[in-house]
Design a protein around this ligand. Sequence first.
Ligand code: ZN
Length: 240
Amino acid sequence: MKFAIFGDIHANLEALNAVLEDANNHGCSHFVCMGDIVGYNANPQECLATIRGLDCPVVKGNHDEVVSSDTELIGLNPLAEKSMSWTRDKLNEEDKRYLMNLKLVRQVRDFTIVHATLDSPGGWGYVTSKFHALESFGYQYTPLCFIGHTHVPAFYVKTSTVEELPERVLDVENGKKYLINVGSVGQPRDGDPRASYCIYDIGGQRIVNRRVEYDIKSAQDKIISAGLPDKLAERLSCGN
Ligand code: ZN
């Protein structure tokens, strides 16, 4: 049984469709969404409808939370603020209620999913080093945990110490714990513009990070014609 585990879609429908097609082509029968369905790009309702149509486990991201609440948009970076207020106008009350009611942490089979970190799921901290990973491992009670939020794929393993693994393919070993950042579907930030997600083969105990090409130009054109900041379109070409 193969799970496609993906998040940080950020309203990029072209990237989401490309990932789902790649997952289907690789025999994934189950889907798991790590949150941040909306924000930044131009197709929030469409991406939300697609994810809801999958009827799969989903956890809440920070953009999902802000967009679905009435909190004032202060203290955010200007690009996030502009896209969040634009997205609030696009979503109906039902969409917002769905996003607001998402849980922060869920367990699926032998793994946990959370958007940011397990040590502070609603604090939206970032795991960008093995030291941050160590904090999250302290609250991880399953062998595997999948996260997102940084938009940079990363594999961490905990034995007596915590290490970041350089490979993008992982064979799960008994007695070890793993923290896997699946990267971002709709706005990668590791210098590779291709959409990122992971396939977890439960039977084979193997996790693979996949990168998928998609129609970036079309996603960019939609951002520009929606009146969203040009920078949000530009960054998709360079993957940062
Ligand atoms: Zn995000």
